[in-house]
Design a protein around this ligand. Structure first.
Ligand SMILES: *[C@@H]1O[C@H](CO)[C@@H](O)[C@H](O)[C@H]1NC(C)=O
Ligand SMILES: *[C@@H]1O[C@H](CO)[C@@H](O)[C@H](O)[C@H]1NC(C)=O
Ligand SMILES: *[C@@H]1O[C@H](CO)[C@@H](O)[C@H](O)[C@H]1NC(C)=O
Length: 445
């Protein structure tokens, strides 16, 4: 046990920092690919249509189709077996950010409930006005932005000295930019503001895009978490990277550690302290507090990287200062997520099912009084536990929490906002000249 704990940070830094055989070969493949593309473009313009890897029409529908096309163009099948591991297949929803609106609707039918709720409310009351998106009420942690003629502009940005607000805002802006640039059809012009604080609006009244909301925050529009771009900490990372590394080391149920894992900062929410007490000395639990030395380094050696969480059968999820951004990572493991009854809502909240044949997680009381019973029940009934993980994987990892789904969510948010909001101005007159409003995304970042 202590050996395993001590190994975790080591494993983590190796995974995240060393040059992975996969990345080395990707590097070679990419260079080769770039060369082939340049060659084709400059010397054989007539063959462009059929020769380019992505000619604008080629849409791989299976991983095999994609790999096949890659091999034709690189000429060399890649060998990934130096360290003897099976590279997991790349699936289209891992990299296809540009699904059409019809594809988004068909593939992720249940994804948009939070947006549709917010739209219905505006239609019932009043539409969004420029006054609604004014962010003077918010001291820090907010950005006002504009999408105009398929470009993103930053009108106003307010950050505190704490670096995390800037990181989060940049992650959000990059995701919006990606959703625009990968959109197969034009998006409407909109002006909006978003908050990156854990608690977006302590007054529970403003119309703003946010990461999470309480039931009473009716005017809050939920946007995807900043982590879908990256949470740039050693123990976390880029969303696609975490997903790929989780998949690469995903084990069968019986090979996972038969315990409920939790690591985190205890101070942010009393439920976390309760969890520590309830699990103290229990053989089925591996629960420990992590204290951060500074923003990037944890003290002690009991930390477990996000990827290594998947090595456990049960993953306990708790709220933090408000929601906890960790939930979406845990739902990418083929493990049973155990969460207390929640107060904070995330965009995928309604997809969590706590009973019946579609059960995809285990819900416990906020005081964890039923945690032990529920974990032990499933330890004794692996078939049911595995059924829950299968439902979770199908709903979250392989559908609603894929990068493709998140890009669809952004575009639905943008279109829906336009439906119930004022038409923004893209130009202003200043110093006697006509200027575009705001700072272009490309310049801002
Ligand atoms: C890698 O796999 C290929 C085919 O599966 C095999 O021919 C080759 O010897 C392997 N290389 C190493 C270093 O194991
Ligand atoms: C997708 O669904 C939305 C409603 O949720 C609708 O407005 C839109 O037209 C649909 N897109 C297509 C291409 O059917
Ligand atoms: C955190 O501390 C470590 C050394 O203790 C240092 O190398 C690192 O740069 C620090 N990070 C920040 C963000 O201050």
């Amino acid at each position: 046990m202590s050996e395993r704990k001590a190994m975790a940070p080591l494993l983590c830094s190796q995974t995240l920092l060393s040059s992975h055989p996969l990345r080395v070969s990707c590097g070679i493949a990419c260079v080769t690919l770039a060369f082939v593309l340049t060659f084709v473009l400059t010397l054989h313009p007539s063959e462009q249509g059929q020769s380019l890897l992505f000619d604008g029409h080629f849409r791989p529908k299976t991983p095999q189709e994609y790999e096949g096309r890659l091999q034709i163009h690189t000429g060399v099948p890649e060998e990934h077996n130096e360290t003897n591991f099976a590279e997991p297949a790349l699936k289209p929803w891992d990299y296809e950010y540009g699904l059409s609106s019809a594809e988004c609707n068909a593939s992720f039918k249940e994804l948009y409930r939070e947006i549709d709720r917010a739209v219905a409310l505006k239609k019932k009351r009043t539409y969004v006005t420029p006054m609604d998106i004014d962010i003077s009420w918010k001291e820090t942690g907010a950005v006002r932005a504009l999408i105009y003629s398929q470009k993103l502009y930053i009108i106003e940005a307010k950050f505190s000295g704490a670096g995390y607000q800037r990181t989060r805002a940049l992650s959000i802006l990059h995701q919006i930019h990606r959703a625009i640039t990968t959109s197969p059809s034009p998006l409407p012009n909109i002006e909006f503001s978003f908050a990156v604080s854990d608690i977006a609006d302590p007054t529970h009244s403003h119309t703003i895009w946010a990461l999470s909301r309480l039931l009473m925050d009716e005017n809050t529009w939920l946007m995807p978490d900043f982590g879908y771009w990256s949470w740039p900490l050693e123990l976390v990372g880029t969303y696609e990277q975490i997903r790929a590394e989780m998949l690469a080391s995903e084990a069968d149920w019986e090979d996972k550690i038969p315990k409920a894992l939790w690591r985190g900062a205890v101070k942010t929410n009393p439920v976390r302290g309760t969890l520590m007490e309830v699990t103290r000395g229990k053989s089925w639990a591996d629960v420990d507090a992590v204290t951060w030395k500074n923003r990037t380094e944890v003290a002690g050696s009991n930390a477990v990287s996000m990827v290594d969480h998947c090595r456990y059968q049960f993953l306990v999820h708790t709220e933090g200062r408000s929601y906890s951004g960790r939930g979406k990572y845990l739902l990418n493991c083929a493990s049973v997520v155990v969460a207390h009854k929640s107060e904070w809502i995330e965009p995928h909240q309604h997809l969590l099912i706590s009973s019946g044949e579609h059960q995809n997680f285990v819900q416990v009381e906020r005081d964890f009084s039923d945690l032990e019973t529920k974990v032990e029940e499933l330890l004794d009934d692996p078939e049911r536990a595995v059924a829950i993980t299968r439902n979770s994987v199908a709903t979250f990892r392989d559908r609603y929490l894929t990068p493709a789904a998140q890009a669809c969510y952004w575009r639905h948010l943008i279109r829906s906002w336009a439906e119930v909001s004022f038409k923004p101005k893209g130009w202003e007159v200043s110093d006697g000249g006509k200027r575009r409003r705001g700072t272009p995304f490309e310049t801002f970042v």
